[in-house]
Design a protein. Structure first.
Length: 179
């Protein structure tokens, strides 16, 4: 609640004292979630690698996002708003804004998490060997901020045969076409 009050007064100050157009400010603030507004690493346009201290991540992310992204957690299956989500657009890392997947690569795998068969670019993700829980898997992290996203498996649909099983808590979404 206090954050909303601060944002309200800050926005009012900007509207009355800055040379920015009110329309640009309105568009910028309505597209971002509360956690994105207070996150210094978040940018939908930046490409440089993010190197933040753990304490800064705790302050920038929601507790759920922090658990998934920085502590390599997993959300409960079938709990993500993006699992059955069918809007057209782009999925991005909720921790830093890095573009990850297009909606035309999303499919219903039945596994309980949002699934994709291909990232936007090879550099969108980092691949790591994960031998935890007595299994050999491939972990995927955000290519910009190294947030844990989920895992990739070799049981996906054509054309790649891959299934990127991603925690929806660490995803953001921007409506648009699939170019």
């Amino acid at each position: 609640m206090q954050l909303r009050i601060v944002i309200f007064f800050l926005t009012a100050f900007i509207y009355t004292n800055c040379s920015f157009s009110q329309e640009k400010i309105k568009k910028a603030t309505t597209k971002m979630s509360e956690s994105e507004k207070i996150n210094p690493a978040f940018s939908r346009n930046a490409s440089e690698k993010v190197d933040m201290k753990d304490e800064d991540w705790k302050n920038a992310l929601t507790p759920e996002q922090y658990y998934i992204a920085r502590q390599k957690g997993t959300e409960r299956p079938w709990s993500s708003k993006f699992e059955k989500f069918e809007e057209k657009g782009t999925y991005y890392c909720a921790a830093c804004g890095n573009t990850l997947f297009r909606s035309n690569t999303k499919f219903d795998s039945g596994c309980g998490w949002p699934s994709f068969f291909e990232p936007v670019t090879k550099s969108s993700l980092i691949y790591l060997v994960d031998n935890s829980l007595g299994m050999k898997r491939t972990e995927v992290e955000c290519g910009r901020c190294k947030a844990h996203l989920g895992h990739v498996f070799n049981d996906g649909p054509p054309p790649t045969g891959l299934r990127y099983c991603i925690n929806g808590v660490i995803l953001g979404f921007e409506k648009g076409d699939n170019k």
